[in-house]
Ligand binder design. Structure first.
Ligand SMILES: [Zn+2]
Length: 328
């Protein structure tokens, strides 16, 4: 099960295939030829026989309609291997800057969750950010979806996604500084609009309460100090994992050795869709072993290389996809 943090979850009960997503090669961009609200309603109509995982509105709204473990019905033969984003607008439109950001968020999330590379692809055998027309007849022959003007914007989406992944903050080029000095004529809401930080957030960070008086020259914090330095990545040791594996598997269920590190591993396997959330318990049992073996097969290991004790090389691959550090 995978739902994107930051997208509004608006599940549709029909018009998709539960557990039908075979793999995720990338994200496919579409144009709705309609509005976000209209599409939201159409996907709930049995006559539609259509859906997509995500949808954007011109103002940057981002909906998730279909869990990414499930297959959305957006691009015919391309459905089982690609995630889909429908975008509000008509043929010939370009995407708004807010829509480019919303698409970039989806791509960045797919990168972190499924290892989708941050690049544009023009072929169904590629990986990365694609578009409906690239699939040709086998993808339904939608040669004008999303249109050449939007295809020309895909590089921009990749650039914005890279910025999100590298922790570059607001992808719309909002304030990168952590403080703002009040000038004559400023209001909190005006500063909010200028800096891209919600005025309510600025008020609470600075302890300003109704009637929200600010003074010229006052230095306002725009970020909580704890978020201004990057969080340290957890470190997971192969030796510790293998010690846990040796002790926990033969022991009664729930036995834990190096619980914190095993949990980091298990949470990554949950995010990969290989382990049920309820088994992420810090105990290196047989289900953890099975899920890790499945991850190794997913990234290309075969035979004896895809089973047994945890290796540093495969753990580094998992670490790179889930924000932890693997060491011997
Ligand atoms: Zn399309």
């Amino acid at each position: 099960m995978a739902r994107m943090t930051g997208a509004t979850w608006r599940p549709i009960p029909i018009n998709h295939t539960p557990n039908g997503q075979r793999e995720v090669r990338g994200v496919v961009v579409h144009i709705m030829a309609g509005t976000l609200a209209g599409t939201d309603s159409w996907f709930r109509n049995p006559a539609a026989q259509a859906s997509s995982h995500f949808g954007t509105g011109k103002a940057g709204q981002l909906y998730q309609w279909v869990d990414t473990s499930d297959r959305a019905w957006a691009q015919a033969n391309g459905n089982s291997a690609w995630l889909s984003v429908e975008n509000e607008g008509r043929g010939g439109d370009t995407l708004t800057s807010a829509q480019l950001d919303a698409n970039a968020k989806v791509l960045a999330w797919a990168h972190k969750t499924y290892g989708v590379p941050l690049q544009v692809t023009h072929t169904v055998n590629g990986r990365g950010l694609g578009y409906h027309a690239m699939g040709g007849a086998s993808w339904g022959g939608h040669t004008s979806c999303p249109g050449s003007r939007i295809v020309a914007q895909l590089d921009d989406i990749v650039t914005r996604a890279k910025k999100i992944v590298s922790g570059g903050g607001s992808p719309s080029g909002g304030s990168t500084s952590s403080t703002y000095t009040v000038k004559a004529g400023d209001t909190l809401s005006g500063i909010g609009a200028k800096t891209g930080v919600k005025w309510q957030t600025i008020a609470s960070l600075n302890g300003i309460e109704s009637p929200y008086v600010i003074k010229v020259g006052q230095v306002l914090k725009l970020k909580a100090s704890s978020t201004s330095k990057p969080a340290a990545k957890p470190v997971v040791s192969v030796a510790h994992l293998n010690a846990a594996r040796a002790k926990d598997i033969p022991a009664p269920t729930g036995h834990t050795t190096y619980k914190a590190e095993v949990l980091v591993l298990e949470n990554a396997l949950v995010a990969e869709g290989l382990l049920a959330r309820k088994y992420a318990d810090g105990s290196f049992g047989t289900l953890t072993q099975d899920a890790y073996d499945a991850f190794r097969r997913k990234v290309g290991y075969r035979g004896s290389a895809a089973t047994g004790s945890v290796g540093l090389e495969s753990l580094k691959k998992l670490a790179a996809r889930h924000g932890f550090t693997a060491k011997a």
